[in-house]
Design a protein around this ligand. Structure first.
Ligand SMILES: [Cu+2]
Length: 116
């Protein structure tokens, strides 16, 4: 019992519990879009965008907490309010490949955009 609890704790702290990254859908050949649900965090937490194709991430916030009502992409100078239960699309500049983190207004919940 104790051993199981310890192995769970070890897994929780040190395991790689990454969720699968989701690749944006190509709406047309020159537009891509991916949906991210905001509910106790970002789901999926990692999205993959194709470099050079105009992209939107459409957030839909279900979470009532004021914590998640703001989303901040420091690399892109984006700081937007997410209305509750509404789709809110944010344009992402995909001109440079890389990994870009974003977070809620208080930097407690994190997501990532990978451009490649
Ligand atoms: Cu927060």
């Amino acid at each position: 019992m104790a051993a199981a609890a310890i192995s769970f704790i070890v897994w929780w702290f040190f395991g790689k519990h990454t969720t699968a990254a989701v690749t944006a859908d190509m709406v047309t050949t020159d537009k891509q879009d991916v949906d991210v649900a905001v509910n106790g965090g970002y789901s999926p937490s990692t999205v993959v965008l194709k470099r050079g194709v105009p992209a939107q991430i459409t957030f839909n916030r279900k979470d009532p907490s004021s914590c998640l009502e703001q989303v901040v992409f420091p690399d892109f100078g984006i700081n937007e309010f997410l209305p509750k239960n509404e789709n809110h699309a944010i344009d992402i500049d995909t001109s440079k490949s890389g990994e870009y983190d974003y977070a809620c207004g208080m930097n407690m919940f994190h997501g990532k955009v990978i451009i490649k």
